[in-house]
Design a protein around this ligand. Structure first.
Ligand SMILES: [Cu+2]
Length: 150
């Protein structure tokens, strides 16, 4: 069963609208720039990827290259919030809006998620819990990247 969050559904709608507008147009205003494709592999307690740096549409091509199930939540990290690894190891929690929420992905599966990223701080977190009770994020499966002003 696939669960769709409101954020994911709106991302799908935006992506579909973008594809349709690109296909239907033969003249008129210039097309938006091509989205940046970022390959992201979910590995044992880490994300392997090259972080995007410039604002705009990013298509994360996400694969699970591990033998464990992983998920991925993309967060917008407010300016005054400590680094995400400090957050995960500390006792204080700060609110961070969710940009995208990928349901748990089985090994050897791939999917794509399109997001529009403005300048700011972003976090990637896997919240899958191991049999020992710890979440993957607590074992290091969390990363932060920054989109800079153009
Ligand atoms: Cu994980």
């Amino acid at each position: 069963m696939v669960r769709l969050s409101a954020a994911r559904l709106s991302l799908t709608v935006v992506a579909a609208a973008w594809v349709l507008s690109g296909c239907a147009r033969s003249s008129g205003p210039p097309l938006p720039p091509q989205p940046l494709a970022v390959e992201l592999e979910m590995r044992r307690y880490r994300f392997a990827y090259t972080p995007p740096r410039v604002p705009g549409r990013v298509v994360f091509k996400i694969s699970n290259g591990d033998t464990l199930v992983h998920d991925l939540v993309l967060l917008l990290i407010p300016k005054d919030v400590p680094p995400i690894d400090v957050q995960l190891r500390g006792t204080k929690r700060a609110f961070a809006p969710i940009i995208a929420d990928l349901p748990p992905r089985s090994p050897d599966t791939t999917t794509s998620v399109a997001v529009d990223l403005a300048p700011g701080r972003y976090g990637l977190v896997c919240f899958v819990r191991d049999p020992d009770g710890q979440q993957h994020a607590q074992k290091g499966m969390a990363a932060e990247f920054r989109i800079f002003e153009p």
